[in-house]
Design a protein around this ligand. Structure first.
Ligand SMILES: [Zn+2]
Length: 318
C-alpha cells in the first residue's frame, strides 16, 4: 500500500463519516491460501476409486500464491487519530515510531497517534524471511483550540498535602491502565457513550502568561445530570470506583491492544472491576463528582501512553 495522507481541518472533522473511519483495507486484500501438500497423483487415484468427480485441486503454482508483502491499513492519520490494519505476512515484529506493536494471531493490529505526535512516523515490520518492510506515515497536525490568558497558572494542586491524597489515586489509575486483557473492542466501530451538548473538545489548552497548562485530554459531553451512559465498545472494566479527587466516579474500560477508555465525574457506577462489558451496555450515570464545574461526562481515550481524540473514533453526533 502506498504512502497515504489525510488532510484535516475543522470542517473535515465535522463532516467525518463512519465509513471513512472504519473501513479496513486489510479485509479487501486477498487472503493468502495455504499451499496444499496433496500430491496431484493421489488426488487422481481417489477420483478413480470413488468414481466421483472431484473439484479441481486448490493448490496454485507456488509463484502465484498471493502474499501480503506490505502493510494494509486505514484510519485517521492525524494527531489524536488511529489506524487499524494487517501486517505483512510472516511478520515477527512490528513497530510504529520505534514503539513495538501488539499483533493479533490473524495479523491485525491497532496503532495510534498522540495529540502531540511528530509529523512523520515509520511503520516497520521485520519478517521471518529476514526482510524489513517500512511504511512512512505522514501524521497531519491539528489546529488545537489554544486560549491565551493573562493570569498566572494556579499552583495549589502541586502542594505536598495534595500529593499525599493524589499519589494513591494516581497509582491506582496507572495500575488499571497497565492491565492487559483479551478484550476485542479495539476492532469495533465505536459508538457515543451518551449524546448531548459537547461542552469541551479534545486538545484544548490554555496558556497562562506564556506558560502552557495541560491540555484537555478527552471530550466533554453534557446531556444533563443523572443521564445513563454506555460502553462505546466491548471491553473489560479495569477500574470502577467513586471518590477520586479529580475524576470523581471513575470507570476505565480496556478495549484490548493497549487501547482504553476513561469515564469521569460519574454520579453512579453500574459495573464492577473485572467485569466484561458489551458495546452499548449501560455502565454509569453522568454526574459532577470530582473536579467538575457542572454535570458532564468526560470521555478520554488512550493507546499506551498516547492520548487520542474520541471524536475521531465515533464521528459527528447525529
Ligand atoms: Zn473533560
Amino acid at each position: 500500500m502506498s504512502r497515504r495522507t489525510v488532510q484535516w481541518g475543522a470542517i473535515a472533522i465535522a463532516s467525518l463519516g463512519l465509513a471513512g473511519l472504519m473501513s479496513c483495507t486489510g479485509s479487501e486484500a486477498a487472503a493468502p491460501e495455504a499451499v496444499s501438500s496433496a500430491e496431484p497423483e493421489q488426488a487422481y487415484t481417489a477420483t478413480i476409486e470413488n468414481a466421483q468427480p472431484i473439484p479441481e485441486p486448490l493448490d496454485e503454482p507456488v509463484g502465484r500464491v498471493n502474499l501480503n508483502t506490505r502493510f494494509s491499513f486505514s484510519g485517521e492519520m492525524t494527531q489524536g487519530g488511529f489506524i487499524r490494519g494487517v501486517v505483512p505476512d510472516g511478520t515477527v515484529r512490528a513497530s510504529l515510531g520505534g514503539q513495538v506493536l501488539e499483533v493479533a494471531d490473524d495479523g491485525t493490529f491497532f496503532a495510534a497517534f498522540d495529540r502531540d505526535s511528530a509529523g512523520s512516523l515509520d511503520l516497520v515490520a521485520s519478517t521471518q524471511a529476514g526482510q524489513t518492510v517500512t511504511e512512512a506515515l505522514t501524521i497531519t497536525p491539528r489546529e488545537w483550540d489554544i486560549e491565551r490568558v493573562n493570569v498566572s497558572r494556579r499552583g495549589g494542586r502541586s502542594s505536598e498535602a495534595y500529593w499525599k491524597i493524589r499519589k494513591p489515586e494516581y497509582e491506582a489509575i496507572n495500575a488499571a491502565r497497565a492491565k492487559v486483557t483479551d478484550a476485542q473492542g479495539w476492532k469495533q466501530d465505536f459508538i457515543w457513550p451518551v449524546k448531548g451538548r459537547i461542552s469541551g473538545r479534545f486538545g484544548r489548552q490554555r496558556i497562562y502568561r506564556g506558560e502552557p497548562g495541560s491540555y484537555h485530554s478527552g471530550i466533554d459531553i453534557a446531556p444533563g445530570n443523572g443521564v445513563p451512559f454506555v460502553a462505546p465498545a466491548d471491553g473489560v472494566v479495569v477500574l470502577a470506583r467513586m471518590g477520586f479527587s479529580l475524576e470523581g466516579g471513575l470507570i476505565i474500560i480496556d478495549h484490548g491492544m493497549g487501547l482504553n477508555s476513561a469515564f469521569l465525574h460519574s454520579s453512579k457506577i453500574a459495573v464492577k472491576e473485572g467485569e466484561s462489558v458489551k458495546q452499548g451496555q449501560y455502565i454509569g450515570n453522568v454526574g459532577a463528582t470530582g473536579r467538575a464545574t457542572g454535570p458532564h461526562l468526560h470521555w478520554g481515550l488512550k493507546w499506551n501512553s498516547a492520548r487520542l481524540d474520541p471524536l475521531l473514533f465515533v464521528g459527528p453526533m447525529n
